[in-house]
Design a protein around this ligand. Structure first.
Ligand code: AMP
Ligand code: MN
Ligand code: MN
Length: 340
């Protein structure tokens, strides 16, 4: 997709977003929302922005996400976590809602109606598949992370970066770029990282906490799930498919929470013999969170969107039903359709 720079976000949207915040009194209720099963970008962009609102003197700011109120351990000590409340404690009728890293309303679960009913909803996102919801839209599919947009927004509101806000945005940027490895890792991304680090961050400490620390049980679980991976060299028009799955029973056996599987697609997608990789994670009886990755031959976001999901060209996901084999059958068939 090539868009002229001035169209993303569309003209007037930044001014409208800044005006929407400035129109509020210091005691207005502001609700921040990110996607279900939040990752580093969802939490980091939301909490960093929430801290920015605090610096401006807004006293009633809450942050939440739909579903079970579990913050993955790597993010449990992010600055601003005290802004987080369970979905049930979100403001019922906030004056302003801001939505972070949410590709579509299906990722908002029970909070979708709250967002739709808000007098003003500002959507900050970078998914190519973003469905177009929200009244003010700061959506740039070329941004490496939602935190790129959140940082611009905070700057436009006149809040100087400090180490707490910067840590949130840095964690978001580092996670969504795969530690500054993915295609979206531009000069501008490194410039932003430099400005964030310049506030006094210690990238080594942050990386150890976010990427290089996990319970022994999670490591053992990873070993089992990788051990059952299947390579299909003829699939995806001969470009190769590799897939594996993890069940709720696997998690229970190792006494691990679901988030420990969030990055398990990474070793799977490293398989050289396959362009496309799939991780099928059980969410409930016959319901699975499907992660798709491509090395470049396939636009997996198209595939995910056709199944009601979304994402980016080389990293996407959807909800699948049945058994893992049923889900992989669908992926295999869609790959054939898309490549022919
Ligand atoms: P994941 O495989 O969970 O790491 O997700 C990869 C990308 O796809 C992320 O940008 C997600 O936001 C997006 N994604 C994953 N699952 C869904 C879904 N069910 N609906 C929309 N987008 C999704
Ligand atoms: Mn995300
Ligand atoms: Mn993101």
């Amino acid at each position: 997709m090539t868009l002229p720079p001035e169209t993303v976000p569309a003209a007037g949207q930044w001014d409208a977003a800044v005006a929407a915040v400035r129109a509020l009194g210091g005691d207005a209720e502001i609700q921040l929302v990110c996607h279900v099963s939040p990752d580093g970008d969802a939490l980091g962009s939301m909490l960093g922005f929430g801290l920015g609102l605090r610096r401006l003197g807004y006293t009633r700011v809450r942050a939440t996400f739909p579903g079970k109120f579990t913050v993955p351990t790597p993010y449990a000590e992010l600055p601003g976590v005290d802004l987080l409340v369970p979905e049930a404690d979100a403001y019922p009728a906030p004056a302003l809602v801001l939505v972070f890293d949410v590709a579509g309303e299906s990722r908002l679960g029970g909070l979708a109606a709250r967002v739709a009913a808000a007098p003003v909803s500002v959507v900050l996102d970078h998914h190519a598949s973003n469905t177009g919801f929200g009244t003010i839209r700061l959506v740039d599919p070329r941004a490496a992370a939602t935190s790129v947009l959140a940082e611009q927004f905070v700057a436009r509101l006149g809040v100087p970066l400090d180490a707490e806000i910067a840590e949130c945005f840095y964690v978001a940027l580092a996670t969504d770029t795969g530690s500054f490895k993915f295609d979206m890792t531009t000069v501008a991304v490194h410039e932003l990282a430099a400005r964030l680090i310049a506030t006094g961050l210690r990238p080594g400490d942050i990386s150890r906490r976010i990427f290089d620390s996990r319970p022994f049980g999670a490591m053992k679980l990873t070993g089992e799930v990788l051990g059952r991976a299947v390579l299909e060299p003829a699939a995806a028009g001969g470009r190769g498919l590799v897939w594996t799955y993890a069940t709720l029973a696997d998690l229970a056996r190792h006494d691990q929470p679901p988030y420990v599987l969030d990055t398990l697609i990474d070793p799977v997608r490293s398989v050289a013999e396959a362009d496309v990789s799939v991780l099928v994670r059980q969410v409930a009886e016959r319901e699975w969170a499907v992660s798709l990755r491509s090395k470049g031959a396939v636009d997996v976001s198209r595939l995910a969107v056709s199944q009601g999901g979304g994402g980016h060209r080389l990293a996407a996901g959807f909800t699948g039903f049945g058994e893992p084999r049923d889900v992989v059958d669908i992926v295999r068939r869609l790959l054939d359709d898309f490549l022919n």
